[in-house]
Design a protein around this ligand. Sequence first.
Ligand SMILES: Nc1ncnc2c1ncn2[C@@H]1O[C@H](COP(=O)(O)OP(=O)(O)OP(=O)(O)O)[C@@H](O)[C@H]1O
Ligand SMILES: [Mg+2]
Length: 241
Amino acid sequence: MTTLLELDGLVAGYGPLTVLHEVSFSIEAGARSCLIGRNGVGKSTVLKSIMGLTDWRSGAVRWQGRDIARRSTVERARLGIGYVPQTRDIFPSLSVEENLIAGLRNRPVSAIQRAYQLFPRLKERRHNGGTQLSGGEQQMLSVARTLLGEPQLLLLDEPLEGLAPIICEELIAAFDVLSRDEGVAILLVEQKVQEALAFAQQAIVLDHGTVVHAGASAELLEDPAILDRYVSVTQVPVHDH
Ligand SMILES: Nc1ncnc2c1ncn2[C@@H]1O[C@H](COP(=O)(O)OP(=O)(O)OP(=O)(O)O)[C@@H](O)[C@H]1O
Ligand SMILES: [Mg+2]
């Protein structure tokens, strides 16, 4: 197993605010991991810090052994880290296909067919505007656009948030294909803990900006004490429109 990404004592935050206190964990090539924890503990800040979107203070962010903590966001993306933010960054004024074209950069247009294979719903709606998409379709588009960069590691920030169970299943099935058939490593940040643990092999639990547990997801599923303590397991059903 080769280690793709390693955080080693990472301290980062926003301006004067330090959010992450010596966060350390690593992601192996092709592995499926999840990062869980309550609201506001710093999960999104971990992903943003991996992409260089926070104020770095100390510690290493290693990509295939090289420290990239001072590299720009664009450079990190080019190295093979794909990031799908919690905000579903799509261009609302552009159609599905135009959004994908905008994500192509120098890649051939045929790459879009691959995105449609993974998400047939996007193909059906390819001429719809970004605002005419359901929450689930927007999420699929956001993921599909990031995949055009052919990342080796995909960082997903609460992709299932606010989506109906059937749409969650479709997204998870697509992540499964990426992981199994294409060997893309996935770091999934999710509040839907059961879904996250069912998908991931490795679970990292964050609390107050520090890693409080890291280990096999299967072990954590059998340890309700840790889940009760650090993660809210109750879920409010939300419907996708
Ligand atoms: N851009 C920002 N500027 C200043 N503080 C921020 C910024 N973004 C987040 N924070 C603060 O950093 C802390 C961690 O936030 P973060 O968004 O990483 O949490 P989270 O675990 O992703 O929460 P959620 O589950 O609600 O998405 C919070 O106290 C938040 O207020
Ligand atoms: Mg967040």
